[in-house]
Ligand binder design. Structure first.
Ligand SMILES: [Zn+2]
Length: 342
């Protein structure tokens, strides 16, 4: 009798412990990524006149926990233009505008080295002075492959950035500044090290890849994206083709091959003047959803937020992405937000 009373007390107390234990879920984090952003020529001149290219997206950016974009130019006062068709150099004062909206930039692309290594090094110090983080660049090869660790709500997110579009001469050397090149084995190793060395909960590689103007990702992009997810990436996000591309969900993880342009004067067709601002929903276990927000880019290269055109969204209870209206739809259905399907 005594024994069974003890068992009863134990059973009741275990039950109450079980019943009262709340489900611990860390507060999620939203990460926003805007595509190719080139702040020289007309956008640079407009910024100089006090016009903010981010204006129509400003509330969306302000509401996100981590904001980043691909900075597709060098920001410097020094250097000589490389012998290539397009070279982009923006004045340091653009960073005042940039830092109001972005926490960091990805630098591994085919324009950050347009004015040589000295200008690239100057940009690294200007970014640091303005408190803008960066991924994919460094004063040497090892720094370029070091993740930017962004921590919000107790979630540690490793952000990596790689270029694989010519010229490879912009790559960092053992002792020289430059960008991280997308060499498969190195990328896989960096992703693993982000977890083992940098204690990342979440690992996000941002890729500069693919063929320009192609609406579908190529075989190379598809193979490498899957390799990165197999190595532990929680999502793969890309840009460079100047247009948006198709998406895939692989092993429950999203691959957004190209978000297209964001601020870009040099556009040659209508498709290049439509980009997505991508928003990822992240908790400690991974990326559990995303939505995209359409940017319409005018002839001056300036984006405006188009809330009327549906664009891809996904939540991890869906096997595939769907089309949502950005203004009022989100990936997290439990938040009462609705998806609009086409
Ligand atoms: Zn590019």
């Amino acid at each position: 009798m005594k024994l069974s009373l003890i068992s009863l007390i134990f059973a009741v107390s275990s039950f109450s412990v079980f019943a009262e234990t709340p489900v611990i879920r860390t507060k999620p984090v939203t990460l926003l990524f805007a595509g190719d952003t080139t702040l020289d020529s007309t956008p640079g001149a407009l910024i100089k006149r006090g016009i903010d290219p981010f204006k129509s997206f400003s509330p969306l950016f302000a509401a996100a926990d981590i904001r980043l974009l691909n900075l597709e130019c060098v920001v410097a006062t020094t250097g000589q233009a490389e012998p290539k068709h397009y070279t982009f150099r923006a004045a340091p004062q653009v960073l005042q505008t940039l830092k109001r909206h972005a926490d960091g930039v990805t630098l591994a692309n085919n324009h950050s080295g347009d004015y040589g290594r000295e200008a690239f090094a100057q940009m690294l110090s200007l970014l640091a002075k303005n408190n803008i983080a960066q991924a994919g660049g460094g004063m040497n090869l090892s720094e370029a492959h070091t993740p930017w660790m962004a921590e919000r709500n107790g979630i540690r997110i490793a952000i990596l950035s790689y270029n694989e579009f010519m010229p490879r001469s912009y790559e960092a050397g053992t002792y020289t500044p430059g960008v991280a090149w997308s060499e498969d084995e190195q990328v896989v190793d960096d992703i693993r090290r982000a977890r083992s060395i940098y204690q990342a909960d979440i690992v996000l590689p941002f890729m500069h890849w693919g063929w320009e103007n192609e609406p579908k990702a190529n075989l190379r992009q598809r193979q490498l994206a899957k390799k990165m997810i197999d190595a532990g990436a929680d999502a793969v996000i890309g840009g460079h083709p100047h247009v948006t591309q198709d998406l895939e969900i692989y092993k429950g993880k999203p691959i957004i091959y190209s978000v297209g342009n964001f601020i870009m004067k040099e556009t040659d067709n209508d498709q290049q003047r439509v980009g997505w601002v991508l928003r990822l929903n992240i908790d400690k276990t991974g990326v559990y959803g995303f939505d995209t927000h359409v940017a319409r880019i005018n002839q001056d290269g300036m984006p405006s937020y188009d809330k009327k055109t549906p664009s891809p969204c996904w939540t991890n209870t869906w096997p595939q992405e769907r089309m949502c209206l950005a203004g009022d739809a989100l990936t997290n259905e439990s938040n009462g937000m609705r998806a609009v399907f086409r």
